[in-house]
Design a protein around this ligand. Structure first.
Ligand code: AMP
Length: 594
């Protein structure tokens, strides 16, 4: 089937040609002919990577044939990243229809400029919170909107945008067309379809909730304490990896990214505590592939539309199983193949079965590769790179006599060995005594000596006691905090003695401290919310964190539990299911991933 057979008009077909799309994808084949009709309510169950943006974007541009003074199309999506991506795609589809003005509105930036831009908008692409603000300010007029697209509807509801979506839809005309796209179909999404649509065409690409079949799902059982070392092995065994590492909390995301950075990997964090400028910068580098590994929370990574991601690594499983579909959907896009790797501890294998049922796909049980395997793979990768390296004969010519002279006393074999060793020594040194990381529950808790070495590679050891809990504090040196000051607040608020508190690390933007596990509830209940020199202290338990002693590599990437996100009435564009702020409430509570 060709695009012209779908009924699109000439200018749109020309744009498709310029984009290099040769044939419509399955969702496009099914959606486009329907969406070109005058009554076209639609529910599309499709993962990202299936071409769903063009499935709604092309007919939307096609249907808008004149510039009216008010917007005719409205697309609502969960995150700023997705908003910008959709806007870019739509601008490409409308390249040959210059009267179509696509305007993106999202939180975290100056609202006044968006108010000005909206005056000429034909299509608005918006995140819900900011659009409600603009409606309140009478800057977004939706009375002429004929098409409303709800993209990633399940995710918007997960993020607590239910009321905002209802509010926005109430502002639009009764006889509009609603096109809803969602990776999954929970009850809440079905409710929107029921309330706002009339006999929509429902198209599912694959089964409902089914995963993309180009993704291979593999899980690895490791002991909790070996999770980070196992992550590094999964990276090392894939030398050409271009991937996203998913963590559950912002703290964990920051910590894992920092540890990887210190250990020599090309990795950066992406989470809601980073400023918008920092997030944009990270995403730019990732898109340009100068960044190899993105360490992200579920919400921050939504809307990442980067093709060619080879691997998704689940450092921890998501709290909400449905998020697994979203995570793994970052790889195997546009017909490519990819792997979704999951690290689980032995108690979590039940969750793997639950995900298998949800995505209707089986996981393979993988084994964390041994040091020999990793060294072999790294070595052959290095040799291939050396062989493929282009020699710029003209540029090197003038240095050659000196180079030849310097190596004159070495044989060819010695030169090869030395050049390989420049790169390869770090792997040999790290892995020479590294043990098996696969969890064998029957073997007892103590691991081989190699594991300790594994953890300490390239960054100095950590003798943290398993009986202690490590806490993250949202304030650091920049807030005037020092170890004595932090100790005073903790002791004042909890009644504990200073000897009850362990190691304290005060870093530029945040801090850590340790205390015996028995004091966890007391500390969480009493220190959280207390004041330090006019700032509210917020603490949470760090998960598997060993980043003490290192500084934030992101300057302003402070964990302020709320900054840098779209704000409307104090709420962010990135929130948990109920729109509540996440907090640690007790020993076993976890902060939700933002
Ligand atoms: P989406 O599911 O909208 O995120 O699209 C995934 C990727 O597929 C994007 O990079 C699109 O540009 C690309 N794409 C969409 N439709 C087609 C098509 N018909 N042929 C080739 N690539 C496409």
């Amino acid at each position: 089937m060709t695009f012209s057979e779908l009924g699109l008009r000439e200018t749109v077909l020309q744009s498709i040609k310029e984009l290099g799309f040769e044939a419509p994808t399955p969702i496009q084949q099914k959606a486009i002919p329907h969406l070109l009709k005058s009554n076209s309510d639609f529910v599309g169950l499709a993962q990202t990577g299936t071409g769903k943006t063009a499935a709604f974007g092309l007919p939307l541009i096609n249907n808008i044939t004149s510039q009216k003074s008010l917007p005719q199309g409205l697309i609502i999506c969960p995150t700023r990243e997705l908003c910008l991506q959709i806007t870019k795609d739509l601008e490409n589809y409308a390249k040959n229809d210059p009267y179509v003005q696509v305007v993106a509105v999202y939180g975290g930036v100056d609202i006044r400029r968006q108010m000005t831009l909206l005056k000429n908008a034909t299509i608005i692409v918006a995140t819900p919170g900011r659009l409600c603000d603009l409606i309140d300010r009478k800057a977004a007029k939706l009375t002429e909107v004929s098409y409303v697209v709800l993209d990633e509807a399940d995710e918007m509801l997960n993020m607590g945008f239910k009321e905002d979506i209802d509010r926005i839809l109430e502002e639009t005309p009764f006889d509009k067309n609603v096109w809803l796209f969602s990776a999954t179909m929970p009850q809440e999404v079905a409710r929107i379809a029921k309330n706002y649509m009339t006999t929509p065409l429902e198209v599912a690409i694959g089964h409902k909730n089914q995963s993309n079949e180009n993704i291979e799902h593999i899980y690895y059982s490791v002991k909790e304490k070996d999770r980070y070392a196992a992550l590094k092995r999964l990276i090392d065994v894939n030398p050409d990896i271009f991937g996203v590492v998913f963590c559950r909390t912002r703290t964990e995301t920051q910590s894992v990214a920092e540890k990887l950075g210190k250990d020599g990997y090309n990795a950066e964090p992406l989470h809601g505590d980073l400023s918008q400028a920092q997030r944009d910068n990270v995403m730019k580098r990732f898109r340009e592939r100068t960044l190899q590994l993105l360490v992200a929370t579920d919400v921050a990574a939504r809307g990442i539309d980067v093709d060619s991601i080879t691997h998704v690594i689940n450092y921890n499983l998501p709290d909400d199983i449905e998020n697994y579909t979203h995570r793994s959907g970052r790889t195997a896009r546009a017909g490519k193949k990819g792997q979704s790797l999951v690290l689980v501890n032995t108690r979590e294998t039940g969750k793997i079965r639950a995900i298998e049922r949800q995505i209707r796909t089986k996981f393979t049980e993988g084994a964390i590769p041994s040091s020999e395997v990793i060294c072999g793979i790294q070595l052959s990768s290095l040799i291939s790179k050396v062989k493929e390296t282009e020699v710029k004969e003209a540029d090197i010519a003038k240095f050659l006599p000196q180079i030849m002279d310097d190596f004159a006393d070495l044989t060819k074999e010695e030169v090869i060995k030395k050049f390989i060793s420049v790169e390869f020594n770090r792997f040999i040194e790290y892995y020479e005594r590294a043990g098996d990381l696969n969890a064998h529950p029957e073997k007892g808790e103590r691991g081989e000596r190699g594991r300790d070495r594994d953890r300490d590679f390239r960054r100095g050891g950590d003798d943290r006691d398993a009986d202690k809990t490590r806490f993250f504090v949202n304030l650091g040196k920049r807030d005037g905090l020092n170890p004595g000051g932090l100790l005073r607040v903790i002791c004042d608020e909890t009644g504990l003695k200073s000897s009850n508190i362990g190691k304290i690390d005060v870093l530029p933007s945040f801090s850590f401290f340790e205390a015996s596990n028995e004091f966890v509830s007391n500390i969480l209940d009493n220190v959280n919310g207390s004041q330090f020199e006019g700032n509210t202290l917020k603490i949470e338990i760090t998960k598997n964190d060993r980043s003490g002693g290192g500084g934030s590599r992101n300057g302003g990437g402070r964990s302020n539990f709320g900054g840098g996100r779209e704000r409307r009435g104090g709420r962010g564009d990135e929130r948990n299911g109920s729109g509540r702020r996440s907090e640690s409430r007790g020993r076993n509570s976890r902060s939700k991933a933002y």
